[in-house]
Design a protein around this ligand. Structure first.
Ligand code: GDP
Ligand code: MG
Ligand code: ZN
Ligand code: ZN
Length: 229
């Protein structure tokens, strides 16, 4: 677990992390890889979304996954079934992936596979709405997921995550009819924090909205705007 004991220590920690993130980013850019960092609270549907994404996009795109989990390889094993490289990183007690852990993952990836052949690396971060947003890992875009079961107020309560996000996926919209939840209110709360964020409502279960997400992923691959950002 990381603890920011005082401001100076916190700034030094983030500064050191940024150097490692820049190192990772240089690898991605040299290999022509677009990297996405998927973040959400536990259970919002990151792995389910990745399963659908790999099932639909790997005919056209070459994708690898860096799977962060505190102790298990359960999610990594779910994703290996799609025949893509999956590098599992156990964070132990840490509640987020930092750039150094991801560097270990990309070095493993580069030893075991040919990174130049990959179009995209998707990082599934540890489930947590707080600190993953503060620790860059060298990604080109941050993708936040918020499921309809979590409540409309979460963008306001966890503003850093939602401010940093390039894309917000509102997940599990198949459940919306059973809940007192207003998708427009979620979107309005997010826009209060981050007016220009791309919002895509999806259901990994019904498939609704997935084509919009896939289109966004395709456009992100080797997109000059992303890779020069
Ligand atoms: N109804 C519904 N359940 C979902 C959806 N996506 C994920 N789930 C369920 O939510 C739980 C957590 O999903 P998972 O992908 O493991 O979340 P993660 O912790 O963010 O990786 C599982 O029981 C999934 O089956 C969805 O679109 N609709
Ligand atoms: Mg998961
Ligand atoms: Zn943390
Ligand atoms: Zn390196």
């Amino acid at each position: 677990m990381h603890q920011i004991i005082d401001d100076t220590l916190g700034i030094n920690l983030l500064h050191a992390n940024q150097e490692d993130a820049d190192h990772n980013r240089a690898h991605f850019d040299a290999w022509g890889i677009t990297c996405l960092n998927l973040m959400s609270s536990p259970g919002a549907g990151k792995t389910a979304l990745l399963e659908k994404t790999l099932a639909s996009l790997t005919d056209d795109l070459s994708i690898a996954v860096i799977e962060g989990d505190m102790t298990t390889e359960l999610d990594a094993d779910r994703l290996r079934q799609y025949g893509v490289p999956v590098i599992a990183i156990n964070t132990g007690r840490a509640c987020h992936l930092d750039a150094r852990m991801v560097a270990g993952g990309i070095h493993t990836l580069s030893h075991e596979h040919t990174p130049q052949d990959l179009d995209m690396v998707i990082v599934e971060n540890v489930g947590n709405l707080v600190c993953p947003a503060e620790f860059e890992v060298g990604e080109h875009a941050k993708v936040a997921l918020l499921s309809v079961t979590e409540g409309e107020d979460k963008p306001l309560k966890y503003p850093v995550m939602f401010r940093e996000a390039d894309v917000l996926l509102i997940t599990k919209i198949d459940l919306a009819p059973y809940l007192d939840v207003d998708l427009a209110r979620i979107e309005a709360n997010v826009r209060q924090i981050n007016p220009h964020v791309t919002v895509i409502p999806v259901s990994a279960k019904s498939g609704e909205g997935l084509e919009d997400w896939f289109d966004w992923v395709r456009s992100a691959v080797k997109s000059p705007e992303l890779t020069s950002a």
